[in-house]
Design a protein around this ligand. Structure first.
Ligand code: AMP
Length: 285
């Protein structure tokens, strides 16, 4: 496994692999890797790709009062996980390498960046779309892997790739959860023992929504109301940013539940903001 710190070096490694007839798989991450990230990496390795994992805590997707400085950066552990999982190249650039000389060109995926997390994290998806566009141009993968855990991000990146004709395929992988349902996240390590226990309210609220939809409930308000009640029973809950019932591809709000529905939640447990979601098919009981 090679560790590339510059754009030039990662490009050279990818060009050599392509020359050997390899397909290139990219897994973009911010590090602090866990089983969720590992499932994406394994998907690429198992597909037989020459697999590049980027580890980059992207400053442009954090707001001024967010956790950019305290975001975990256990790079040694990350490299071990990558090595053990069969990664070919880990790309670990500095912010200067990615944003040399400042950036005045941004990728904005309109409409889809506005609802849900976009309301609470202005500029977040502009940062995400821009860094992904840069990584796609730097690495030039055939396939890039994203997690369903970040449903809005996955939908936005798919749309950006379609709208801007990036010549690559986006694969969205299922959310990996702890045994009690909590979606794995690099931010879970901020939680105290009690908060970690209470954080299961997020998955429980989503599971209840799924039950309601399978039982034929059609009104998003009824579903969101029940979810909110479940969330508010958790002692460590400090706020619910949103509960959304939307079309999984366009992220448009549904007035009436039908077909595939994305149920998404952002809630704060103590000072940690966690997101999770489920896609439910209302037509398949
Ligand atoms: P991050 O490092 O949080 O930016 O995440 C990098 C990639 O891993 C994104 O595509 C995430 O959606 C994905 N990911 C994070 N957590 C999970 C999880 N629990 N299950 C599946 N994918 C995940």
């Amino acid at each position: 496994m090679k560790v590339a710190r510059t754009i030039k070096s990662v490009r050279q490694l990818v060009i050599a692999a392509r020359g050997n007839g390899e397909k290139i798989g990219l897994v973009p991450t911010m590090g602090a890797l866990h089983e969720g990230h590992r499932s994406l990496i394994m998907r690429s390795v198992k597909a037989g790709n020459f697999t590049v994992v980027s580890v980059f805590v992207n400053p442009t997707q954090f707001g001024p009062r967010e956790d950019f400085n305290k975001y975990p950066r256990p790079i040694r552990d990350d490299l071990k996980i990558c090595r053990d999982t069969g990664v070919n190249v880990v790309f670990v650039p500095t912010a200067k390498e990615i944003y040399s000389g400042g950036t005045v060109t941004w990728v904005e995926v309109e409409k889809m960046s506005k609802p849900m997390c976009g309301q609470f994290r202005p500029g977040h998806f502009r940062g995400v779309a821009t860094v992904c566009a840069k990584l796609f141009n730097i690495v030039q993968p055939d396939v890039a892997y994203f997690g369903q855990k970040d449903a809005q991000q996955a939908a936005i990146i798919k749309r950006m790739v379609a709208d801007l004709n990036f010549p690559l395929k986006i694969v969205v992988c299922p959310t990996v959860r702890a045994a009690d349902g909590l979606a794995l996240s690099s931010r879970n390590r901020y939680l105290s023992t009690q908060q970690r226990r209470d954080a299961t309210c997020i998955y429980r609220s989503l599971a209840a929504a799924r039950e309601m939809i399978k039982a034929g409930v059609k009104a998003p308000k009824t579903i969101a109301g029940r979810m909110r009640k479940i969330l508010e029973k958790a002692g460590s809950l400090t706020g619910v940013d949103y509960i959304s019932v939307v079309n999984p591809d366009t992220l448009e709000e549904m007035k009436h539940v039908e077909g595939k529905v994305l149920i998404a939640v952002a809630a704060r447990i103590g000072s940690t903001r966690l997101i999770d979601n489920l896609i439910v098919d209302a037509d398949r009981r």
